[in-house]
Ligand binder design. Structure first.
Ligand code: F6P
Length: 486
């Protein structure tokens, strides 16, 4: 099979680069060993019509990484607009933050259509397309309109909300009907899949039998594929990283004090305000925990030009400064707050240094930080994971200390419990979580989805003759224009 993986953001493939976001970091090790071509945005935009949209095509492991400059006229409406100001808040059940205009929606559709045309270059005998995430809900339908009959799968990395919430997104019906052009749609959790079932039944009036829905596009299988990590590789990286200069400096600076760690994109779905408030509450309720435990919160800036993110950035910065002002001492800072990204190997070492991992999103598709924190622990003396019950990861990591991220007192108590947990209990909880991580690795996630895609694709209409064959040697070309990523 000639697999083409498509996502908005891609990993660079260069070792030890800071990475924003779970998807790109999670996919890199599996995609590079699969021989697939990974197609995504270059992070740059280009004006005018593009005969050759690819900015760069380079080798990536046994496959290739192909990035394209997206159309300048539509980028803002697509990325900051419809994808991240309408879909993202809705998918995370924040209807109050949905902002949308007709122009944004049409830019979103234009970019999906643009990506579909670009992908024709990789249409080869035995091709299959695997589209990732909410940026490209309509890409499968666009490919079908261009005559593509090969298997096309889609995986949603975020939650899928209730019908009432997704119904708050303008054009929801058109978009979800378009999604049924996919042969296979994968979700992180049973609850997400069930919410999608409800929409399809109630809003589209379609029936679902054995997880398969029949629509004007043919059959679409709906299934759950919880994404994993490579726990052994992460554990090795963590053990090695303890000697990394940043990690050693952190350890030395602690002077025997214990550490809790949080690592997130600066996003309202991550529950940062509630988490910091819980630490505030804990230090107020247990003054003896002042100077004995501090929080290292890494919050990587993200989507800064969107109003809700700018507001959040100011709110979190102010709260951190209030809490530090309230509890700090001349020689003790309760919260170390960093607005930058770190590479995976350094993060692995930081996780291993911390006795408590705090992963408390208000709602999250999976949250791989939770899994990475567990994998990074020293088996002889593991730390404790405090995990939101609204993260997809809570389904598997059910021996973490599960918390309600809206309950500040409850979180404060859980953090204090984590700090006083005896070694035997820590080990028992950690071993149970590691067993789950070993059973559901990223490699298994990848191969199970691809296998299911092959099976589901075989059910679609018989393949039509391929359009003109493309050469398999792609010219390497670099055209740079305005950078849009941050
Ligand atoms: O949760 C879905 C996801 O694709 C994550 O992998 C990533 O954190 C985020 O959304 C994308 O963020 P960005 O807009 O920075 O690419």
């Amino acid at each position: 099979m000639n697999l083409v993986v498509v996502s908005n953001r891609v990993a660079s493939g260069r070792a030890n680069e800071p990475m924003t976001g779970g998807l790109a970091a999670a996919l890199l090790p599996v995609v590079e060993n699969s021989g697939a071509i990974w197609v995504g945005s270059s992070g740059h935009v280009r004006e005018g019509s593009q005969k050759e949209p690819f900015a760069e095509i380079e080798a990536l492991g046994t496959g290739a990484l192909a990035t394209l400059d997206l159309p300048a006229a539509h980028y803002g409406g697509y990325y900051e607009g419809f994808a991240n100001s309408a879909l993202w808040p809705a998918l995370h059940s924040r209807s109050d933050l949905i902002r949308v205009s007709l122009e944004d929606y049409s830019s979103y559709r234009e970019v999906n259509a643009f990506m579909a045309r670009a992908l024709l270059r990789f249409r080869k005998p035995d091709a299959a397309f695997w589209i990732q995430d909410y940026h490209f809900l309509a890409l499968g339908a666009e490919l079908r309109d261009l005559g593509v009959r090969e298997p096309i799968g889609f995986f949603l990395h975020t939650p899928w909300p209730s019908s009432a919430v997704i119904g708050g997104v303008p054009h929801h019906r058109e978009l979800i009907e378009a999604m049924l052009a996919y042969d296979l749609i994968g979700f992180q959790t049973e609850e997400d899949c069930e919410n999608f079932h409800c929409y399809v039944r109630a809003e589209l009036g379609l029936e679902i039998h054995d997880g398969v829905v029949k629509s004007q596009h043919g059959r679409t299988r709906l299934a759950v594929f919880p994404i994993g990590i490579d726990p052994e590789k992460f554990a090795q990286a963590a053990a090695k990283a303890v000697s990394h200069p940043d990690v050693s400096r952190l350890r030395r600076s602690l002077n025997g004090e214990r550490l809790a760690i949080g690592v997130d994109r600066l996003d309202y779905s991550k529950g940062l305000v509630n988490r910091i408030s819980a630490f505030d509450r804990m230090w107020t309720a247990h003054p003896s925990l002042r100077r004995t435990v501090s929080l290292l919160q890494i919050a990587t800036p993200s989507r800064g030009s969107i109003e809700a993110y700018g507001t959040l950035q100011s709110e979190v910065a102010k709260l951190v400064s209030d809490v530090n002002g309230r509890h700090g001492e001349v020689d003790w800072t309760p919260i170390r707050y960093l607005n930058k990204g770190y590479s995976q190997p350094i993060l692995a070492g930081l996780y291993r240094t911390a006795q408590v991992g705090v992963v408390t999103p208000l709602h999250d598709g999976m949250n791989l930080v939770a899994k990475e924190y567990v994998a990074a622990q020293n088996p002889a003396d593991p730390g404790v994971l405090v995990l939101s019950k609204f993260a997809g990861a809570a389904n598997e990591l059910d021996t973490a200390l599960l918390v309600n991220p809206h309950d500040i007192d409850g979180m404060a108590r859980a953090i204090a419990t984590a700090l006083s947990m005896p070694l035997t209990e820590r080990r028992m909880r950690w071993e149970a979580m590691m067993t789950k991580l070993r059973a559901h690795t990223i490699q298994r996630w990848f191969s199970e989805f691809v296998e299911a895609l092959q099976e589901s694709g075989a059910n679609k209409a018989a393949a039509e003759p391929l359009i003109a064959e493309r050469p398999t040697l792609w010219p390497l070309r670099t055209v740079r224009s305005t950078a849009r990523y941050q």
